[in-house]
Write a protein of this length. Structure first.
Length: 416
């Protein structure tokens, strides 16, 4: 072995060691390398630090309040729903858009306007519920003295974002960036999101199933994929199972699940001044399906939404012969905003994790993995924290040191 490769191996080990050591005092997060500039859909798991209006949560993340509600299957037909007050500690999935910056998937920057008494750690740990660290905000904004924040200062808040090609094991998926809570176990999180421990470990490139409070892991949620043309403004839309998405300028509402993972779109209830949603040479509208039993099975005609191209809604008519006629379309159950309650998961009598904290609109029906407290609380044991992960995708990020360490390692590498 050449001297050079020895040196490189030594440096690599040193690098892994330093990062490993750093992880004993810090949290890890999953980083996704990327090469093209395509943007993609993702979710971040957010826990409200105080009672907030729907519109206030939406403005923290600069997302459309309606999209925020539909992503959590919250009924938007409730009067004045954007001003409805959501309770502190409620867990929500926030739909965000990821882009590719410097070879890493990052959120399209969220901005926060500072208020009196704000500190970077308050903003990071409380307002954004640990989705970002004080250090990451400091670095993103080149804050030289974190003790001096001007009131009304606009800060960029870099949020975790992972898409992994919007697929998991070759099936469509949307990834949720989940902040690990003290009592969480990886197995509990896997169970809460109907995935497996192995899958979570693979996605997050973990050698051992150990997590620590504050780590951010990527959780794949099965989704319904769209196949809109590339020229479509909502190209790549993927809707997580059990939820809804609003698209085409609030004209079209798409849903996913519960019975299958076929995207189903129809005119949105709040559709106003929308382009025609009728399929050409038919009287069917987007979302309409007609079924006609025939000798060989069932003739099914459907008018489906095909994206928004040049400001116009694409409506495509298709006719297929199916073995059986489809029944009426099943929708993911909606939750009334007034039914969003938070229970203390530590003391609650171990409900299925994804059902914690949410009362469904129709008691007895299937509950979606929508809003409510995050998963966990299944097992009181917590894995050992601060393990070393040498896998390529997971970089242990010290909240205080990783930037400096990486810089140091780079300097060492370049001097060789
Ligand atoms: C991305 O996912 C699509 C299917 O969703 C698949 O055909 C393609 O091969 C994947 N690309 C990569 C790089 O994994
Ligand atoms: C077609 O869809 C529209 C809008 O969703 C709905 O109002 C209408 O009842 C549907 N028609 C049929 C025949 O299903
Ligand atoms: C959309 O508009 C562009 C020019 O503005 C045109 O080149 C393109 O063909 C249009 N696409 C469709 C599908 O109509
Ligand atoms: C989708 O969610 C429903 C419950 O909301 C569940 O029964 C179903 O198994 C899920 N489908 C997949 C593929 O995860």
């Amino acid at each position: 072995m050449s001297k050079q490769s020895h040196t490189h191996r030594f440096l690599f080990c040193l690098f892994v060691f330093i990062l490993g050591a750093a992880s004993f005092v810090s949290s890890k997060s999953t980083i996704e390398p990327c090469s093209n500039s395509d943007s993609c859909n993702a979710l971040v798991g957010y826990t409200l630090y105080t009672d907030l209006k729907v519109s206030q949560v939406a403005s923290l993340f600069q997302v459309d309040p309606i999209s925020l509600l539909t992503a959590n299957a919250i009924d938007i037909s409730y009067p004045d729903v954007e001003n409805h007050i959501l309770p502190a500690k409620l867990f929500l999935k926030i739909p965000i858009t990821c882009s590719c910056v410097d070879g890493i998937r990052k959120s399209v920057s969220t901005r926060y306007k500072t208020r009196p008494a704000d500190t970077l750690s308050l903003i990071a740990d409380s307002v954004y519920s640990g989705l970002v660290s004080a250090d990451q905000i400091r670095e993103a904004n080149s804050v030289s003295d974190p003790s001096v924040l001007d009131v009304g200062q606009i800060l960029t808040v870099p949020l975790p974002c992972t898409c992994f090609n919007s697929s998991d094991n070759n099936l469509p998926a949307v990834y949720l960036s989940y902040v690990v809570r003290p009592m969480d176990t990886l197995a509990g999180i896997a169970a809460g999101y109907s995935t497996t421990l192995t899958d979570l470990m693979n996605v997050n490139a973990m050698g051992v199933p150990s997590i620590g409070a504050g780590d951010i892991i990527a959780v794949p949620i099965p989704a319904c994929a769209s196949n809109f043309p590339k020229s479509s403004a909502d190209f790549g839309l993927a809707v997580p199972n059990g939820s809804y998405a609003i698209t085409a300028g609030h004209c079209v509402q798409c849903s996913c699940g519960p019975g299958n993972l076929n995207l189903y779109c129809q005119p949105a209830s709040l559709a106003v001044s929308c382009s025609s949603m009728q399929c050409k040479s038919s009287n069917l509208m987007v979302g309409n399906v007609t079924a006609q039993p025939s000798g060989g099975g069932c003739n099914v005609n459907s008018c489906t939404y095909g994206g928004i191209v040049n400001g116009s809604i694409v409506a495509t008519l298709s006719s297929t012969l199916q073995p059986r006629c489809p029944g009426p379309h099943q929708f993911p159950p909606l939750i009334a905003p007034t039914d969003l309650t938070v229970r203390d998961s530590l003391f609650a009598p171990a409900p299925a994790p994804s059902q914690e904290g949410v009362t469904p609109k129709n008691p007895g029906s299937v509950i979606l993995p929508g809003a409510g407290l995050g998963p966990g609380g299944l097992s009181p044991a917590n894995g050992p924290t601060g393990s070393i992960s040498a896998a390529p995708l997971v970089i242990p990020l010290s909240r205080y040191q990783s930037g400096i360490l990486l810089l140091g390692v780079l300097v060492v590498l370049t001097t060789y």
